[in-house]
Design a protein around this ligand. Structure first.
Ligand code: HEC
Length: 149
């Protein structure tokens, strides 16, 4: 019995270690994904959010988005101040209230299989896939965000 208990405890430890190793992080998973699919329009030469907002149409017409190339930039589109923006834009329509895909979903891949696979990675990174804005989100919902560096 004691042996069995110890065996179970060891297994539990291994499982925890594996789960931690598999944890999705910005450095390991999101950065390369972003580099491949998003950086072209959201790189270091792109304007900061508020700079972009001054000439939304001008930048958009040139296919220039706002800068999101670092962890510090991207997190502002998940947590605060642009709460849920990343989620609203990347969602495939499942979570959005209008049930339509967000307009950045198409950039996630060349076909739906790739888009879904990459969406799943973004989802596990964020941890709590919530489309709400700052005005509607609760403290509990914010607390559920993982978005590890
Ligand atoms: C071809 C250029 C292009 C690519 C590639 C692209 N974006 Fe965008 N993105 C834009 C432009 C331009 C805007 C601003 C216009 C708009 O709001 O739709 C934007 C807006 C956004 C916003 C909204 C930010 C806000 O303030 O609400 C998010 C979030 C975003 N993009 C994320 C991404 C992610 C993540 C990827 C990669 C999967 C990506 N984008 C790929 C051009 C691009």
């Amino acid at each position: 019995m004691k042996k069995l208990m110890m065996g179970l405890a060891t297994m539990a430890l291994i499982w925890t270690a594996q789960a931690q190793a598999a944890e999705v992080t910005w450095q390991k998973d999101i950065k390369p994904l972003f580099a491949k699919h998003c950086l072209g329009c959201h790189g270091e030469k792109s304007p900061e959010h508020d700079e972009f907002a001054r000439d939304k149409k001008g930048y958009s017409d040139k296919n220039i988005g706002m800068r999101m190339d670092s962890y510090s930039h991207l997190i502002t589109y998940v947590g605060w101040p642009y709460t849920g923006a990343l989620i609203r834009r990347l969602d495939d329509g499942t979570t959005r209230t209008d049930k339509k895909p967000g307009n950045m979903y198409e950039h996630l891949g060349a076909n739906d299989v790739e888009r879904q696979a990459n969406l799943a990675i973004f989802k596990s990174w964020v941890g709590s896939w919530n489309v709400k804005r700052w005005s509607d989100v609760s403290k509990e919902e914010l607390n559920a965000i993982k978005a590890k560096f």
